[in-house]
Design a protein around this ligand. Structure first.
Ligand code: SF4
Ligand code: SF4
Length: 73
């Protein structure tokens, strides 16, 4: 299956991907004074790639994985 990999240091926290995700499995999380996108429910991700397409900064790439990893961020 495909899951989004978020290049956290490059994420601006703009939230476009969060708004674009149909099952709402992405969320913005605070990290000090910054915010970045996190896949908080990998098992709910359908692999639709809409987040990847929506990110204006190319921060998200879809990667193949064997099993959903709940801790992927
Ligand atoms: S691939 Fe689709 S379901 Fe998964 S996080 Fe991105 S927008 Fe959401
Ligand atoms: S759309 Fe891209 S830059 Fe914006 S919060 Fe999502 S991953 Fe980060």
């Amino acid at each position: 299956m495909l899951l989004p990999r978020i290049d956290t240091p490059r994420c601006t926290g703009c939230g476009w991907c969060v708004a674009a995700c149909p099952p709402h499995v992405l969320s913005l999380q605070a990290d000090g004074w910054r915010k970045h996108s996190v896949l908080h429910d990998a098992s709910g991700c359908t692999g639709c790639s809409q987040c990847e397409r929506r990110c204006p900064f190319g921060v998200i790439s879809m990667v193949k994985i064997k099993k959903p990893d709940q801790r992927q961020a």
